[in-house]
Design a protein around this ligand. Structure first.
Ligand SMILES: *[C@@H]1O[C@H](CO)[C@@H](O)[C@H](O)[C@H]1NC(C)=O
Ligand SMILES: *[C@@H]1O[C@H](CO)[C@@H](O)[C@H](O)[C@H]1NC(C)=O
Ligand SMILES: *[C@@H]1O[C@H](CO)[C@@H](O)[C@H](O)[C@H]1NC(C)=O
Ligand SMILES: *[C@@H]1O[C@H](CO)[C@@H](O)[C@H](O)[C@H]1NC(C)=O
Ligand SMILES: *[C@@H]1O[C@H](CO)[C@@H](O)[C@H](O)[C@H]1NC(C)=O
Ligand SMILES: *[C@@H]1O[C@H](CO)[C@@H](O)[C@H](O)[C@H]1NC(C)=O
Ligand SMILES: *[C@@H]1O[C@H](CO)[C@@H](O)[C@H](O)[C@H]1NC(C)=O
Ligand SMILES: *[C@@H]1O[C@H](CO)[C@@H](O)[C@H](O)[C@H]1NC(C)=O
Ligand SMILES: *[C@@H]1O[C@H](CO)[C@@H](O)[C@H](O)[C@H]1NC(C)=O
Ligand SMILES: *[C@@H]1O[C@H](CO)[C@@H](O)[C@H](O)[C@H]1NC(C)=O
Ligand SMILES: *[C@@H]1O[C@H](CO)[C@@H](O)[C@H](O)[C@H]1NC(C)=O
Ligand SMILES: *[C@@H]1O[C@H](CO)[C@@H](O)[C@H](O)[C@H]1NC(C)=O
Length: 459
């Protein structure tokens, strides 16, 4: 049996002899070159060589510096701890690297960050990464990894950020992930993951951003996710989710980005949503099967930038007061039914949009809005580019104030029940590229000014 001393002596000896050999060669070639003294950990050295050996294409020659002239701590993309000279980070994002990820990276036991975003790594994510107990940040997103998310990743007990988005991963989100008690970012969007959202993930109470958008996960939203008290970003768009949004989710008062578009979610929104989620900046629920009213409490989400509730089955008069929503830039409510039962004043809410100076998009296509278009339409933001009131039942005359919306590129007003003359002021909309006035009851001539709109492509 070899004694530990014997092994150390042996490895020390081989290192010294290697050093002399290296020096001799370098002296022969060029006396000016200083050789690296090789006192790093051999385990790390071998693991990095293995990493390099699996790279089949290195278009920017970033791994050329990974050679014997330098200590591996000086190789490009490598950071070492100052004292112990062990690899603590590999940062090789956007280097066009092709190949697979060596499983021996799992031997870099001091590694805290592995940043390989936006390359062309393929093959599977080695389960040996699960041995990296000091790893805090793992960025493998925007590559071509296939296979499953290894359950062994749960061994990375210090992991804080896991980025696996934009790969070709299949299988389910391993329930073992719930053991990652320090995880705050789990971003695995745009893969092919199935098997639903594991309820156990609710145990990761440090979660701040969870994005699984664009995976055919299926299933329901587990109510245990309401345990994520620090959650700021929740992205599950296009995940084939069913059922209603659990009420516990509306208790997550730090939510900034609430994005669940393109699912099959049913049920209605709690009337207090705007008071429960006061920090909301993005509320994206378009393309679901949601019913009930859009709660007026949304008037209190003073930071809201995007309100995207189109393509649902919301009903009842729109009573959101937008006057406090100074940052709103996109309102997309198309394909709902916002007709209030009695009065024909469904469009009056436009008045409250006057102070929304950042509004770019107002999309109200097919909302069954019945009523007169208020003159205040002309007081909308000069940033407004897209205004779609098509397929509603707006009657009366079209206010000429609409000519004040000089930023408009798209104006869709048909079909509706507008009467009277087409205002000449429309000729002031010099940036207009698309104008639809069709299927209304306009009378009189089409104003000549419209002919002067140089950008206009279709009418
Ligand atoms: C190198 O690191 C490995 C793994 O942490 C350890 O087992 C080994 O003793 C280290 N070797 C030296 C020479 O420091
Ligand atoms: C990584 O560690 C494993 C297990 O300790 C070992 O078998 C393997 O040879 C190591 N890889 C390298 C490249 O040193
Ligand atoms: C080692 O790396 C340096 C720096 O990139 C490079 O100039 C040198 O040509 C490399 N040597 C070999 C043998 O590849
Ligand atoms: C991805 O990397 C390539 C270089 O390989 C670079 O040109 C491109 O801008 C990067 N894309 C992003 C989104 O960072
Ligand atoms: C991965 O987990 C399996 C059991 O699930 C275990 O047998 C294996 O040793 C683990 N591998 C590593 C590298 O931790
Ligand atoms: C995780 O959460 C589930 C309920 O969702 C619970 O039954 C289980 O005990 C929790 N596990 C741990 C390790 O906390
Ligand atoms: C909100 O989430 C969407 C979808 O996940 C993402 O594209 C967007 O960048 C996020 N926005 C903010 C402000 O965090
Ligand atoms: C929401 O939070 C309150 C106060 O913490 C709690 O009493 C209530 O049970 C929670 N509701 C849900 C549905 O989680
Ligand atoms: C908005 O917030 C105020 C102050 O908290 C509250 O009094 C009011 O009822 C809320 N409005 C709505 C519509 O919920
Ligand atoms: C909304 O539904 C309409 C009609 O079904 C469809 O044409 C449109 O693409 C959908 N838009 C979105 C953003 O889902
Ligand atoms: C717009 O802001 C002005 C000045 O701050 C205020 O007097 C007015 O009431 C606001 N109008 C609306 C519709 O919120
Ligand atoms: C609304 O626009 C009209 C002109 O169309 C202007 O006279 C009026 O001052 C504007 N009101 C506000 C509150 O900006």
């Amino acid at each position: 049996m070899k004694s530990p001393q014997a092994m150390i002596c042996l490895s020390a000896f081989s290192r010294i002899s290697f050093l002399f050999y290296g020096l001799a060669i370098i002296c022969l070639i060029t006396s000016a070159t200083v050789s690296a003294s090789y006192d790093g950990n051999e385990t790390d050295h071998l693991a990095l060589l293995s990493f390099k050996s699996k790279i089949t294409h290195d278009p920017y020659k970033v791994l050329t510096s990974w050679n014997h002239s330098f200590h591996f701590c000086d190789w490009s993309g490598i950071s070492c701890g100052k004292r112990h000279k062990r690899v603590i980070a590999i940062r090789l994002g956007s280097q066009g690297l092709e190949g697979s990820l060596s499983r021996h990276v799992g031997n870099l036991s001091f590694l805290r960050e592995l940043y390989l975003r936006n390359n062309s790594f393929q093959g599977t994510i080695p389960h040996e990464l699960g041995r990296l107990s000091r790893l805090r940040r793992l960025y493998l997103d925007a590559n071509k990894f296939n296979g499953v998310i290894p359950a062994n990743l749960s061994g990375c007990s210090n992991l804080e950020e896991l980025h696996l988005g934009l790969n070709k991963l299949v299988g389910s989100i391993p329930k073992e992930m719930s053991l990652l008690s320090k995880l705050s970012l789990l971003v695995i969007q745009l893969n092919k993951l199935t098997g639903g959202i594991p309820p156990f993930l609710g145990n990761i109470t440090s979660m701040e951003v969870f994005s699984v958008a664009g995976n055919p996960l299926g299933g329901i939203i587990p109510d245990t996710l309401g345990l994520w008290k620090s959650l700021a970003g929740f992205g599950c768009g296009g995940c084939n989710l069913y059922g209603s949004i659990p009420y516990s989710i509306f208790n997550l008062s730090l939510l900034v980005n609430f994005s669940l578009p393109g699912n099959h979610l049913t049920g209605s929104l709690p009337s207090e949503i705007g008071n429960q989620l006061p920090k909301l900046e993005w509320l994206q629920l378009w393309g679901n099967e949601l019913t009930g009213v859009l709660p007026p409490s949304i008037s209190n989400c003073s930071k809201l930038g995007r309100l995207e509730m189109g393509n649902n089955s919301f009903s009842g008069k729109l009573t959101i007061d937008f006057s406090k929503l100074r940052d709103i830039n996109e309102i997309y409510l198309a394909n709902n039914n916002f007709h209030g039962r009695r009065e024909a004043d469904d469009i009056r809410f436009i008045d409250s949009l006057r102070n929304c100076t950042k509004l770019v998009t107002l999309e109200l296509y097919n909302c069954n809005l019945i009523g007169v278009l208020p003159i205040s339409i002309g007081n909308l933001s000069d940033q407004l580019k897209f205004l779609n009131l098509g397929d509603n039942q707006s009657f009366g005359s079209l206010p000429s104030s609409i000519g004040s919306l000089v930023g408009l590129t798209i104006l869709d007003l048909g079909p509706n029940r507008f009467k009277g003359k087409i205002p000449t002021a429309i000729g002031k909309l010099q940036k207009l590229q698309y104008l639809s006035l069709s299927s209304n009851q306009f009378s009189g001539p089409i104003p000549d000014a419209i002919g002067n709109l140089s950008e206009l492509i279709i009418e």
